[in-house]
Design a protein around this ligand. Structure first.
Ligand SMILES: C[S@@+](CC[C@H](N)C(=O)[O-])C[C@H]1O[C@@H](n2cnc3c(N)ncnc32)[C@H](O)[C@@H]1O
Length: 286
């Protein structure tokens, strides 16, 4: 697969999601889906895909939500999953049953020429926080929507409300240098934490009736397999994994020990549930 469209300002993200992090997301696909299932459930409910609809799944990764959407728009509908990560899209292609109406495209959603005014739903599970110029990206995606089409996506709220991501980072930083804190508007997991910023981006990109619904969750980072799986989760994705990237093995081992000790306090049987906080964002295309 090769990248069909790209915006040079997102080159860092293309490199990131095609490097080791993209490979880890592919390898962890099943666990990520278990972990994020509570978000998927509420997001699909708010998006309300219906038979016959056309949906775009932005930053579709390993394809789980595209496949779910495709099941719900049958008969007569179709889903296009768009992503910049070759390893994750490869996994998506392998998983999608041949008879499902879903296509996967490797392209930057900022620059890809979507079929004009064709889609009924613009959807994303954590795939829209990585754009260098989000307003430009959303304006481009909106061109692919018919008037009155729906937008529904999930993004993380601020770091302090997401201990499942920040507690492992704090523990890792006892052993490895703390990565520079990203600016609140820099591409990354928390780029859409600020409600006013999200409203501004969507208003200017031509969306109306913007609504941000706060949803608080208990996320089982042990994915039903206990403490070791929880350590694997937070060292495999998210801010702690970014801090540990490229560090010597002895420091990684020491960091994992601290993380394990901190997470042990949250273990109940095979679950290790920590608080997480998302926005479920919805809007209409004007
Ligand atoms: C946190 S992952 C979420 C993946 C998937 N939606 C899920 O929930 O498992 C973010 C995804 O956004 C994709 N992405 C980042 N920038 C993008 C862009 N400009 N255009 C399309 N996809 C992008 C990444 O490659 C990655 O797959």
């Amino acid at each position: 697969m090769s990248l069909l469209a790209t915006d040079e300002r997102n080159a860092d993200q293309v490199a990131y999601w095609n490097g080791p992090p993209g490979e880890r997301w592919r390898a962890r696909q099943q666990d990520q889906d278990t972990l994020l299932a509570p978000v998927t459930d509420v997001l699909l409910q708010r998006a309300a895909p219906a038979a016959g609809e056309r949906a775009l799944d932005i930053g579709c990764g390993c394809g789980t939500t595209s496949i779910e959407l495709a099941r719900r728009v049958m008969p007569g509908g179709r889903v296009v999953g768009v992503d910049i990560s070759a390893p994750m899209l490869q996994r998506a292609g392998e998983r999608a049953p041949a008879d499902l109406p879903v296509d996967f495209i490797m392209a930057d959603a900022t620059a890809y020429r979507f079929d004009p005014a064709a889609a009924d739903l613009l959807f994303s599970r954590f795939g829209v926080m990585f754009f260098a110029e989000p307003q430009k990206s959303f304006a481009n995606m909106r061109r692919g929507l018919r008037r009155g089409a729906r937008l529904a996506f999930a993004c993380w709220r601020e770091p302090r409300k997401n201990p499942w991501l920040m507690l492992p980072l704090e523990e890792a930083c006892r052993h490895v240098p703390r990565p520079p804190a990203p600016g609140p508007e820099e591409p990354g997991p928390f780029a859409f934490a600020d409600e006013r910023r999200v409203r501004g981006i969507l208003d200017q990109a031509g969306f109306r009736e913007v609504r941000l619904e706060p949803v608080d969750l208990a996320l089982d980072i042990g994915v039903g397999r206990g403490l070791e799986a929880a350590v694997e989760t937070v060292t495999g994705m998210g801010p702690a994994s970014r801090a540990l990237e490229g560090q010597p093995p002895d420091l990684r081992t020491a960091a994992a020990q601290s993380i394990r000790a901190a997470l042990a306090r949250f273990q109940v049987g095979n679950t290790v549930a920590l608080p997480g906080a998302v926005w479920i964002v919805s809007a209409m295309s004007a």
